[in-house]
Design a protein around this ligand. Sequence first.
Ligand code: IMP
Length: 427
Amino acid sequence: MRLVIVGSQWGDEGKGKVTDFLGQQADVVVRSQGGNNAGHTILIGKEKFALQTIPSGIFNPHIMNVLANGMVINPKEALKELNGLISRNVKDFKLYISNRAHVIMPYHILLDGAYEELKGSHKIGTTKKGIGPCYADKVNRIGIRMGDLVDEEGFLEVLKQTLPLKNRELKMLGQEELDLMTIYNEYKEYGKILKPYVCDTSLLLEEAIKEDKNILFEGAQGSMLCLDHGSYPYVTSSSPTAASVPLNTGIAPKYIDHCVGICKAYTTRVGEGPFPTELHNELGDLIRERGHEYGTVTHRARRVGYLDLVVVNYAKRISGIDSLALMLFDVLTGIDELKICVSYNLDGKEIKTIPATLKEYEKCVPNYITLKAWHEDITKARTFEELPEEAKVYINTIEKYTGINVDIISVGPERNETIIRRQIFKK
Ligand code: IMP
């Protein structure tokens, strides 16, 4: 079976926990897009691991972990992450990196920072990891790919062609130009270490499909950060949707069997851009503290708001979400007035989708339904029936307004603090 996990909001929905959980059934775990702008926190026993580039199947020696062609990889940071895992005794793993994945170079990081500064009050609020400039080079056909990096001579050739162009751009933006041989000497070493992992991962996936292996495509970011369908320009530079998975991994679209949308019980976003249900009050602060809503990558405080089902329904439409996993549900315990946004008002008209323009989206006012709170501790619940009545109503309301079954409910950070209503991923 081939299962795709997508974030149904603005990222940070708790995909790491679900990926880790469903990953128990997987033979292959694949990251298809983004880079080290993503941050997955995984709790194994009492140990907390923060992954940015490496797929979360890395902790299981039987799982093949794939960084596919749609990714942008910072080799220095990826190695740091790997070495960090090795130093914590995660040594027995299978890792494969696509030779077509693009390499985040030092100039991408400098350019990310420089463009943000230049944009001033219109800045995107990027993670400053060089993601956008790296994807821009890919589209502009001046990118460097992993296959180039691990070929010592070839790498020098591409760098000789690319660096003068990038140095011009850096100079134009008031940045220092970079020295060819300094970069070459540093990065060719990364290439040497990473070479054993680099291959044509699309062929590996083809084999895995032929052998009917269980493949989990773990999502990064969220649907509203999609370059095409998200709250443009306040988005990331790739598409974190189910539709992007075949393109970004080199498998045919027909092989995707099921899509799980990960949905926080409320909404958060990092960085700038419209957020209709945002809470600028004590309740927002309370949820932020309870939910530890601080970025794994940048440690920025996340913006917090009520659950927005217009957003979730939009994600459902563009990715074809078959099941929802409701995350951080326990965070809402004891909150007196629970609201769920079910539509927006735009210029006096009710709408149920996301407008394309920033101008219109900024004008949208949420229409809420208000629900009763529950006060009982729900972290020990392991079945839906064990939940308090009000909590059941919250979930039933989500199902009613989205038409998607909430198949997984997370009632705490631990792997076992989860209610499974349907086994999605079968061996
Ligand atoms: P970039 O991906 O670094 O270019 O950042 C673009 C926007 O996407 C910013 O608002 C970031 O905060 C946001 N973003 C990127 N990756 C993530 C993520 O993994 N979770 C949440 N937000 C993200």
